[in-house]
Write a protein of this length. Structure first.
Length: 224
């Protein structure tokens, strides 16, 4: 469970999020809102990539400010641009990178990496240079690299934005099938069908916190 207590965030003099009090426990949570409404900042607060200027973010009781490692073990993050996330020369090495401090043996790591590569359709690319993958494959690699660590929650910041329709569908289907809790920031409102809860951010505040259809209506009214 992720809890935000009186959270505000400022970049310099600029208030980007203010007065957020939320408990996030649902399995599928969407976050929508206009450009600049604070969605990415919100997403980054959830795993401590951004620390709140005021207030606290707690993940299973761990404060992102003081227990970053515990938090990141529980909350994985997938960026819009997967290239930002790929750090090792080959596909298999990149997936293994997330397990380097896991305490698992080399054999156990190899087994987990193989399973992750198979699950995300990358088995035949294990020894392929990671930077030569297509955009869609790179996003799958980024997902595999995060999910191999088995976080309880996956936060995705517009994971399909840079992908063509086919790859966007692939990533969407993959996300839909995950057993994990998913917090999805997106401008693609149709991705939120069937979600348990959708937050609409507007000028740094939660303007609506409701089911997908009502959230889309609230969002459209804000933009009207
Ligand atoms: N590192 C930063 N330093 C200064 N200002 C920032 C920084 N990151 C974001 N901002 C500003 O904070 C505001 C909210 O940005 P954020 O990226 O959280 O919004 P967003 O809703 O995700 O936008 P978009 O839909 O365009 O991705 C924007 O005005 C942005 O310019």
């Amino acid at each position: 469970m992720i809890e935000l207590r009186s959270v505000s965030h400022h970049y310099g003099p600029r208030t980007v999020l203010s007065g957020l009090d939320l408990e996030l426990s649902e399995r599928r949570i969407g976050v929508i809102g206009a450009n600049g409404s604070g969605k990415s900042t919100f997403a980054r607060l959830l795993n401590g990539l951004v620390l709140p200027t005021r207030g606290q973010v707690l993940v299973d009781g761990y404060d992102t400010r003081t227990a970053g490692r515990e938090v990141r073990r529980r909350v994985g993050f997938v960026f819009t641009d997967p290239d930002a996330q790929v750090v090792m020369p080959t596909v298999a090495e990149d997936v293994a990178f997330g397990l380097r401090r896991s305490g698992l043996s080399r054999a156990q790591i190899a087994e987990r990496v193989e399973a992750a590569l198979s699950a995300y359709g990358l088995a035949e690319y294990a020894d392929h240079p990671a930077h030569l993958l297509s955009g869609g494959q790179t996003q799958l690699l980024a997902l595999a690299g995060v999910l191999v660590t088995e976080p309880g929650t996956l936060v995705c910041d517009e994971p399909t934005t840079l992908l063509d329709l086919r790859n966007a569908r692939l990533v969407t289907e993959l996300l839909a099938a995950l057993p994990q809790r998913v917090v999805l920031v997106t401008h693609h409102l149709q991705l939120l069908d069937g979600f348990d809860r959708v937050l609409v951010l507007h000028e740094g505040r939660v303007a609506a916190d409701t089911d997908p259809a009502s959230a889309v209506t609230a969002y459209e009214e804000l933009l009207a």
